[in-house]
Design a protein around this ligand. Structure first.
Ligand code: ASP
Length: 321
């Protein structure tokens, strides 16, 4: 009997009908969900070419993680591989497509968390690491720390033989123009949550931060409990939006805590926390998944690039509200 079956059976005894009557709860072996940022994403600002570009890259990322899970791979591997695809695309504000700071630099943040043991790793303000999500994972697995920042994090990634690039790699015309106009095309942070066949949840988030941010500024994405959280007992969460509010609201952990202490479903807990975010004045959204593969993706902005795929079902990609 694998762990997942054990967990499912255990809960069925405790929760009885709730599980049996749940939406296909007992049929889900594994699941994955992603986001590519929340913000002023409207049909009006979108062209058919742009939309299809986003849809196909989101689908490629989603299917990369899905096939890892389908073969029995770890949710952590699925999260890392999925996020790397989005980091390598210019479309998203993470890795290659990262936005610029007010000093004209690119400073990237990322984090990852393993819901089976609450281990986590993060990097903040890196300037030369091609795939910050992999550096975050190395911090988790190769050090006793949770977060490394700045030059120390860049050097650590190099010592771990991760791919290092010249900072010019992160220069893209679109993001440079965004900085010059200081306009709102700042969305595009990426995130992934996954449940593997062994019942283990994992979450990861990667970003370039906010356009025109003060250099040295660190957002919520590398902060465990703010932008990322995973715990097999409750859920896996990745957030996107105005990081300062996510930090103040402890958004990712709050969803887990509400599930644990108030015994609410992942959907109710996630919606409650997004409404608290709105009350604080913050904008953004989350993707959240519980240990049965139930997914919730609430946001309070015009749109959020997002998608999910459950075992034996086709991928679903969504953009607008
Ligand atoms: N949350 C990210 C940050 O504040 C940005 C985003 O998700 O768009 O750094």
């Amino acid at each position: 009997m694998n762990l997942k079956t054990g967990v499912t059976l255990g809960l069925m005894v405790v929760m009885g009908l709730a599980i049996i009557s749940g939406p296909e709860n007992d049929k889900i072996d594994f699941a994955i969900a992603i986001h590519g940022g929340a913000g002023t994403i409207t049909r009006k600002n979108m062209t058919p070419e742009k939309e299809s570009g986003y849809r196909s890259k989101l689908e490629e990322a989603l299917n990369t993680g899905y096939s890892i899970l389908e073969k029995g791979g770890l949710s952590l591997d699925a999260v890392e591989a999925t996020i790397r695809i989005m980091e390598d695309s210019e479309l998203f504000n993470a890795g290659k497509g990262a936005v610029f700071t007010n000093a004209g630099t690119n400073e990237l943040d990322a984090s990852i968390m393993d819901g089976s043991n609450l281990k986590a790793g993060a990097v903040a303000g890196v300037k030369t690491v091609k795939n910050p999500i992999s550096a975050a994972r190395k911090v988790m697995e190769e050090t006793w720390h949770v977060m490394l920042s700045g030059d120390g994090a860049d050097l650590f990634a190099k010592e771990q033989n991760l791919e290092i690039v010249d900072p010019i790699y992160f220069y893209t015309q679109r993001r440079w123009d965004s900085l010059k106009k200081i306009q709102s095309e700042k969305h595009g942070t990426v995130g992934c949550v996954a449940l593997d066949k062994n019942g283990n949840l994992a979450a990861g988030t990667s970003t370039g931060g906010l356009t025109n941010k003060q250099w040295g500024r660190i957002g919520d994405s590398p902060i465990i409990g703010a932008g990322t959280y995973a715990n097999n007992k409750t859920c896996a969460v990745s957030g996107t939006g105005q990081g300062e509010y996510f930090i103040r609201g402890n958004v990712a952990y709050d969803i887990s805590a509400i599930m644990e202490y108030e015994n609410l479903s992942v959907g109710k807990a996630a919606r409650k926390v997004i409404s608290k975010l709105s009350d604080l004045g913050g904008e953004g959204g989350v993707i959240a998944m519980d240990s049965h593969g139930n997914i919730s993706m609430p946001f309070n902005t015009a749109g959020m690039y997002r998608g999910f795929r459950k075992s034996n079902s086709p991928a679903k990609i969504l953009i607008y509200n």
